[in-house]
Design a protein around this ligand. Structure first.
Ligand code: GAL
Length: 945
C-alpha cells in the first residue's frame, strides 16, 4: 500500500517534543518556494528532477487553492470523496514544493532538525536528494533529523504534498478543504548537550499559597527564574516556594531559562492546578465558569494560515469581549496562539486533530475510531498534541477530537493521555456514557436538558457526578444567536454546569472580489453552502452583533437595580473589582444632563453590593441612569476605560402627554382624501403623501427576510418553511371599506396569502392633530393562521433622500426579542446605510428595538418622525425585504430610490435552530388579536422636534 493510503501515521520523523525556541541557531525557511501542481500522483513528474525553473512561485506557508491552483471546497459532514477507507481518489492533486537555501556562515555542524508545523494533508520530504520521510496529521508538527545531509550552499528541500491521504479520513472537520504547507518550516540546529525537550510541572496549592516546580528534562539542565530568586537550580530537583498563581484572569508568568552548557531555552512558567472535586472542574481550588468560544484558525485571504498578528487580534478581541475560554476546534492551533493564551489569560481546551464525522451518515460503519488499522494514527495524533503543548498553563483540558463517534481507539487515546499527563482532565463529547472521559460534555443541548443535568437527574450514574460543559452551543450562524441569557442563568444556578463554548468564533468566508465566498461559490459539486458562515466575527474580524450580545451576557461586572439602589455583582471567578472604576451618567431623553463617579466598595468574586443612587437633578423627559464599570488602568489587552460591565436604571418615566386635540375632518378632492398633513388614495385608503413628501404605505406586513436560524431545521421542521408554506411572503391586501366620515379615516382590510383560507383583518384608523397623523392598527386573525409570524407591523417606503436616522430607544446596534441585552436606552443616530448588518449571507438584520421615537431625514433636514405608543421596533433599508430574501451575497443588494421602513409592534425571536434549539417560548411571535398605534409627523427642515 502506498504511503498515501497507509492508515498509519507518517514515518521517519523524530519523537514529538514540546514547541519552544532556544538560542541554538535556527533558520526560517518560510518565504517564496517553487511550486508545481499535478492533478494526480500518476501525472506528477519526478519531484527531484533537477530543473525547477519553469515552476510557479508560491509563498510558504500557504494553502495552494488560495493562490490560484485548484479551488477551495467546503463540506460540513460529508467526505468529498467516496468513503472507501483508507483509499483516496486517484485524482489526488499533488503539489511539489521546492526551496533552495544556503546555511548562514556561522551555522554549526552537527545535529539539526527540519521542523514542519503543519502540512495538509500528507507530505513526503527530501533534502538534497535523500528522503526524510512522510508526515500526516495536518495540524501537527513533524521534525526530521537532517544534520548529516546539510551543506553550506544550495541545499534543496523538496516537499511533495498530496491533497488527499488516508489521514483525510481523520480530518473531516466542518471547514474548507485546503492543501499545502500551511504552517512554518524551520531548520533548527540541535547542539550536542542541548535541551531536547522539557516539561515544566508547575502546580499551585491554593491553601498554602505555595507553588511546586519540577522540570522534566535531560540531565545537567539548570533553571533560573530571577524574579523567584532561583539561580542555577538543577531543573529536575523539585522546588516549593510562595508564588502568585496563574489564572486566565491573572495570567502571571514567571520568566526564566533552562540551560546547559550548549543551549539556553527561555521559559515562561504559570503555576496552576487543575482538579475535579465535588463534581466540579476547578483551577486552584476555584470552580470555573467557562465563557468560551470555539476557534477555528481562519483568515479570509489565507485560510488556515494565520499570522501571529491575526492570532493576537483574536486574543485581544476575545479578552475585550470578556471571553475567558477557547476550545481549539477541532485541531491544535498554531503554537503561537497558545503562547498568547498563556500571556493574556484564556482557559484552553486543546483538541486533537481528529474528526471522522462523514461516517455518521453511513451509520458509523467502518468508522476509524473502532478499527484497529487506525489505532497507531489515533495515538500518534494525541501524542503529538500533548507533547507539543504540554508546557502551556493555559491548556487545562485535553480533547481527543470531535465527532468521531466512539470506539476503542478513542479510549486508548484517553488512556495514553491519563498516563502521560495526569494533571489535566480528558474531554471528548462523543463518549456519551463518559466511560473514558473526565468531564461530561454536550453540544447544542437545550436549556431544559441543561437544567436536568444541573439538577443531577441524569440516569447515567457516572455522567451525573461529572462536571458538565457545553463544548458547543449558541450556534452563531447569520443573525443570532438568540437565547443566550437562559444558558447563563443555568450556568449560574448549577455548580456542576460550568459554561460552554459558543459555536463559533469567526465566519470562514473567503475574500473574493465584492464579497465573502462560502460553500458552492467555487463550483463544488458537493457542498454545504453558507453553513461555514457561523461565527461571532465576520470573516474580516469585525465583531457581529452576536458578539456584542455575548459580551454583554458574560460581562464580569454586572450592574442592575437593587432593592435600595444600584447593585454591583462580581462575576469574575478569581479577582475582586479592585481594578475597576465606576461612573454614571444621567440622560434625559437620551441627552446627558449629569454625570459623576460612583463610589463602590471593592466587591470580591461571587459577591455583590448595593450602593445608593447618586444625587440626581430632576429631568423633564424619560430619563435613565447608566452605570459603567471600566478598567481603572490599561491592561495588556485593553486601554484604561475599557468597559467590563454596565447597567441601566430607569429614573423618571416619560411624562404623560395628553393626546393632542383631533383636527378633522377628512376632505375629499379628486380621487384623494386629505386628513391634516396626510393625503390618501380615495379608493384604497392608502397614505400617499405626508407633509408633501410622497410615501407608500404604511400597510400591514408580517414578513422578514428569513434568517439562517429561521431556515434551520434542527431539531424540528424549519420555522421558515412553515412561513413559506403559509404564503406569508406574498400577502395580498384586500380593501374592504374606506370610511371617511367626520374626523376619522377608517380603512378596513384583510391581509392574506394566495391559495390559503386564513388572513389577518387589519383596520387602520387615522386621525389628524396639529402637525401630524395618528394611526391605530387593529389586527384580528381570521381562520387557521400559522403558529408563528416572522414579525408584525407596518411596511412603508419614504423618499430615498431620508437617509439619516435618529432615534430614542434601544441601541446602538440591532436587537431582537431573545438577543437584546446589549441594547441600551439612549439617543442614537446612523445613516440608513450604517443601520445594515452585512451578514455574509443576506438576511433580516438591523432591527432597532424599544424605540420611543425615530426621525428619518434628508440633507435639508426634512423628513418623517414616528412616535411609538409607547414603543416600536424599526428597520430602514434601501431595499425591500423581498430583495434581501433573494440576495445570496452582500453585493447583490442594490440601493433603490426609496428608503423602506418597517415599524413593528413585535418580532419573532432568533433562536439557534440553524444548529440547536429554536426560539424559546417567551420569544415566539404567536399571532393574536393586537392593537398598536403610532404617530407620523413630517419634519420641517432645520427644526429639531
Ligand atoms: C457541530 C460540529 C462543528 C460544526 C457545528 C455546526 O456538530 O462539531 O464542527 O459543524 O456542528 O456548525
Amino acid at each position: 500500500m502506498s504511503y498515501v493510503e497507509d492508515p498509519g501515521p507518517g514515518h521517519g520523523s523524530v519523537p514529538p517534543r514540546a514547541s519552544f525556541t532556544s538560542d541554538a541557531p535556527s533558520l526560517s525557511l518560510n518565504g517564496t518556494w517553487r511550486f508545481r501542481l499535478s492533478p494526480s500522483i500518476a501525472a506528477a513528474p519526478d519531484p527531484l528532477e533537477a530543473d525547477d525553473s519553469g515552476w510557479d512561485e508560491l509563498p510558504v506557508p500557504s494553502l495552494w487553492q488560495l493562490h490560484g491552483h485548484g479551488a477551495p471546497a467546503y463540506t460540513n459532514v460529508h467526505y468529498p470523496f467516496p468513503v472507501d477507507p483508507p483509499h483516496v481518489p486517484s485524482d489526488n492533486p499533488t503539489g511539489d514544493h521546492r526551496r533552495h537555501f544556503d546555511l548562514p556562515d556561522d551555522w554549526p555542524s552537527g545535529p539539526a532538525v527540519l521542523r514542519f508545523d503543519g502540512i495538509d494533508s500528507c507530505g513526503r520530504i527530501w533534502l538534497n536528494g535523500t528522503e526524510l520521510g512522510v508526515t500526516k496529521g495536518s495540524r501537527l508538527p513533524s521534525e526530521f533529523e537532517v544534520g548529516p545531509l546539510l551543506r553550506p550552499r544550495d541545499n534543496v528541500l523538496v516537499v511533495r504534498v498530496h491533497q488527499w491521504s488516508a489521514g483525510s479520513y481523520l480530518e473531516d472537520q466542518d471547514m474548507w478543504w485546503l492543501s499545502g504547507i500551511f504552517r512554518s518550516v524551520t531548520l533548527l540546529s540541535r547542539p550536542a548537550g542541548g535541551i531536547g525537550d522539557y516539561w515544566v510541572r508547575a502546580d499551585y496549592d491554593h491553601v498554602s499559597g505555595l507553588g511546586t516546580l519540577r522540570v522534566e528534562t535531560g540531565p545537567d539542565v539548570v533553571l533560573d527564574i530571577p524574579s523567584l530568586g532561583i539561580a542555577g537550580h538543577p531543573a529536575g530537583d523539585p522546588l516549593e516556594l510562595p508564588v502568585e498563581p496563574w489564572t486566565a484572569e491573572t495570567p502571571r508568568l514567571y520568566e526564566g531559562t533552562l540551560s546547559t552548557a550548549a543551549e539556553r531555552v527561555p521559559v515562561r512558567i504559570g503555576f496552576r492546578t487543575v482538579s475535579i472535586e465535588d463534581g466540579q472542574l476547578k483551577v486552584n481550588g476555584q470552580r470555573l465558569l467557562l465563557r468560551g468560544v470555539n476557534r477555528h484558525e481562519h483568515d479570509p485571504r489565507t485560510g488556515r494560515v494565520v499570522s501571529p498578528e491575526t492570532a493576537l487580534a483574536d486574543v485581544l478581541l476575545m479578552k475585550r469581549h470578556h471571553v475567558n475560554a477557547v476550545r481549539t476546534s477541532h485541531y491544535p492551533p498554531d503554537p503561537a496562539f497558545l503562547e498568547l493564551c498563556d500571556e493574556y489569560g484564556l482557559w484552553v481546551i486543546d483538541e486533537c486533530d481528529l474528526e471522522t464525522h462523514g461516517f455518521g451518515p453511513l451509520g458509523w460503519e467502518r468508522n476509524p475510531s473502532g478499527e484497529p488499522m487506525w489505532t497507531d494514527a489515533y495515538l500518534d495524533r494525541m501524542r503529538r498534541t500533548v507533547e507539543r503543548d504540554k508546557n502551556r498553563p493555559s491548556v487545562i483540558l485535553w480533547s481527543l477530537g470531535n465527532e468521531s463517534h466512539t470506539g476503542d481507539n478513542l479510549a486508548r487515546m484517553a488512556d495514553w493521555v491519563r498516563h502521560r499527563d495526569p494533571t489535566r482532565p480528558v474531554h471528548y463529547e462523543g463518549d456519551h456514557d463518559c466511560s473514558y472521559v473526565d468531564v461530561h460534555s454536550r453540544m447544542y443541548a437545550t436549556p431544559d436538558e441543561v437544567d436536568r443535568i444541573g439538577r443531577r437527574e441524569d440516569d447515567n450514574e457516572r455522567r451525573r457526578d461529572l462536571p458538565f460543559l457545553l463544548c458547543e452551543y449558541a450556534h452563531a450562524m447569520g443573525n443570532g444567536p438568540g437565547g443566550l441569557l437562559e444558558y447563563r442563568e443555568l450556568f449560574e444556578r448549577y455548580p456542576n454546569c460550568q459554561g460552554g463554548f459558543v459555536w463559533e468564533w469567526i465566519d470562514h468566508g473567503l475574500a473574493v472580489p465584492g464579497h465573502f465566498a462560502y460553500g458552492g461559490d467555487f463550483g463544488e459539486p458537493l457542498h454545504d453552502g453558507n453553513f461555514v458562515i457561523d461565527g461571532l466575527l465576520f470573516p474580516d474580524r469585525t465583531p457581529s452583533p452576536g458578539l456584542t450580545e455575548f459580551a454583554k451576557i458574560i460581562e464580569p461586572v454586572r450592574i442592575d437595580a437593587g432593592p435600595a439602589g444600584i447593585r454591583v455583582s462580581n462575576h469574575y471567578d478569581f479577582v475582586s473589582t479592585e481594578h475597576v472604576t465606576f461612573s454614571w451618567v444621567l440622560e434625559d431623553e437620551g441627552i446627558a444632563v449629569a454625570q459623576g463617579v460612583l463610589d463602590v466598595p471593592v466587591v470580591h468574586s461571587g459577591q455583590s453590593v448595593t450602593v445608593p443612587l447618586p444625587p440626581l437633578p430632576p429631568c423633564a423627559g424619560e430619563s435613565w441612569l447608566t452605570v459603567s464599570a471600566s478598567l481603572a488602568s490599561a491592561t495588556a489587552w485593553a486601554p484604561a476605560g475599557h468597559v467590563v460591565g454596565w447597567g441601566q436604571l430607569p429614573v423618571s418615566p416619560a411624562p404623560a402627554r395628553p393626546a393632542p386635540p383631533v383636527r378633522g375632518p377628512v376632505f375629499r378632492t379628486a380621487g384623494q382624501l386629505v386628513l391634516g398633513t396626510g393625503e390618501f388614495d380615495a379608493a384604497t385608503g392608502a397614505l400617499t403623501a405626508l407633509g408633501g413628501h410622497p410615501v407608500d404605505g404604511p400597510r400591514l406586513d408580517v414578513w422578514r427576510a428569513t434568517t439562517d436560524n429561521d431556515r434551520g431545521s434542527s431539531p424540528g421542521p424549519a420555522e421558515a418553511s412553515r412561513w413559506f408554506e403559509a404564503g406569508l411572503h406574498r400577502m395580498q391586501h384586500r380593501v374592504i371599506a374606506v370610511d371617511a366620515d367626520g374626523d376619522e379615516l377608517v380603512v378596513r382590510t384583510r391581509v392574506a396569502p394566495p391559495a390559503r383560507a386564513f388572513g389577518l383583518f387589519a383596520d387602520y384608523t387615522w386621525t389628524a392633530f396639529d402637525g401630524g397623523l395618528r394611526l391605530r392598527v387593529d389586527v384580528t386573525p381570521d381562520g387557521p393562521v400559522p403558529d408563528t409570524l416572522p414579525r408584525l407591523g407596518l411596511a412603508m417606503a419614504v423618499p430615498g433622500t431620508f437617509g439619516s436616522a435618529e432615534w430614542f430607544g434601544g441601541g446602538p446596534g440591532e436587537a431582537y426579542p431573545d438577543s437584546r441585552q446589549a441594547a441600551r436606552i439612549g439617543r442614537f443616530s446612523s445613516s440608513v446605510d450604517g443601520l445594515q448588518t452585512p451578514y455574509v449571507f443576506p438576511q433580516e438584520n438591523g432591527n432597532r428595538t424599544a424605540v420611543r421615537w425615530a426621525r428619518f431625514t434628508g440633507p435639508d433636514g426634512t423628513g418623517l418622525r414616528v412616535d411609538g405608543d409607547p414603543t416600536f421596533d424599526f428597520t430602514a433599508r434601501r431595499w425591500t425585504s423581498a430583495a434581501l430574501e433573494a440576495a445570496r451575497h452582500t453585493d447583490e443588494l442594490e440601493s433603490g430610490s426609496l428608503v423602506h421602513l418597517t415599524l413593528d409592534v413585535a418580532q419573532h425571536g432568533l433562536g439557534t435552530a440553524a444548529c440547536g434549539p429554536g426560539v424559546l417560548a417567551p420569544y415566539r411571535l404567536v399571532p393574536g388579536k393586537t392593537s398598536f398605534a403610532l404617530t407620523l409627523r413630517p419634519v420641517a427642515g432645520g427644526v429639531a422636534n
